[in-house]
Design a protein around this ligand. Structure first.
Ligand SMILES: Nc1ncnc2c1ncn2[C@@H]1O[C@H](COP(=O)(O)OP(=O)(O)OP(=O)(O)O)[C@@H](O)[C@H]1O
Length: 260
């Protein structure tokens, strides 16, 4: 029995395909993601990682197969606002301040103002932007905007987070800090995460499983399990165990022809 069968799948993809005019982006994708599980999608550019995330978020429908989120069709799950999303482009509302952007999902969930404010403060501290709370997104750098988008996704402590290269625009130190923060938040909230990245190290550091995809049409070619004790090591990123796991993912990518 797989982990998702034991605990009930948060996301269940069955025989999913996605075809655009002239492009078969995804084919035969089946994947179950369990409660609290952190799953990264990795694969060559154009293999359909973002498409897969968009199908889970119901931003577009699959051409074949089924996508369910907590047992409901993706469209019903979207209406229930059961997840937080942080995509490549920050997607902030220009006319709202940083704080107002972060607190937006809480406002939509009708969280009382005082509670919204204290959660907003907590998140502003986490992303190191308390001094910019009253600024507009246009006054921020790309990396700062990305941090705001991540804080906004985390604000309602969602049980499912969909993240598409959220740390891609950040400098290395900020990126590592955000990775650690993300793991803290995820362990605190028990959220499941589907995370698209191009970084093998990032995938290994964050994930319980790394899903390796083939060049277009994207298929799952291998799933690499990451030992959960890896993150408890004193210096995970410098440990031999970390490099061993990185090598396993790199070899999985190589074996299906990815240029890594
Ligand atoms: N709206 C669309 N219309 C037509 N083709 C699309 C559309 N969106 C994506 N595609 C195609 O589907 C394929 C998969 O794209 P997708 O963005 O999911 O890849 P990706 O793995 O996330 O790539 P990258 O790593 O470069 O971000 C690509 O060939 C892309 O051109």
């Amino acid at each position: 029995m797989t982990r998702s069968e034991q605990t009930g799948a948060v996301v269940d993809l069955r025989d999913v395909a996605k075809e655009y005019p002239n492009t078969l982006a995804l084919q035969d994708v089946s994947l179950s993601i369990a409660d609290g599980e952190f799953v990264s999608l990795i694969g060559p550019s154009g293999c359909g990682k973002s498409t897969l995330l968009r199908l889970i978020a119901d931003l577009e429908p699959p051409s074949a197969g089924s996508v369910t989120v907590r047992g409901k069709p993706a469209a019903a799950a979207r209406r229930d606002q059961g997840y937080g999303i942080a995509f490549q482009q920050a997607g902030l509302l220009d006319w709202r301040t940083v704080r107002q952007n972060i607190e937006l999902p809480l406002q939509l969930h009708r969280v009382p103002k005082a509670e919204r404010r204290s959660r907003g403060d907590e998140l502003l501290d986490m992303i190191g932007l308390r001094d910019f709370a009253d600024h507009r997104p246009a006054e921020l750098s790309g990396g700062m905007q990305q941090r705001v988008a991540i804080a906004r996704a985390l604000a309602p402590r969602p049980k499912l987070l969909l993240m598409d290269e959220p740390f891609g625009a950040l400098d290395e130190m900020t990126r590592e800090k955000m990775q650690t923060e993300l793991l803290n938040i995820v362990s605190e909230t028990g959220a499941a995460v589907v995370f698209v990245t191009h970084s093998i190290g990032e995938a290994v550091y964050l994930s319980d499983r790394v899903v390796v995809m083939s060049p277009r049409p994207g298929r799952i070619t291998e799933i690499v399990d990451i030992d959960s004790t890896l993150r408890d090591l004193p210096d995970t990123r410098e440990s031999p165990e970390f490099f061993t796991a990185i090598t396993r993912v790199r070899e999985a990518l190589r074996s299906q022809g990815s240029p890594v």
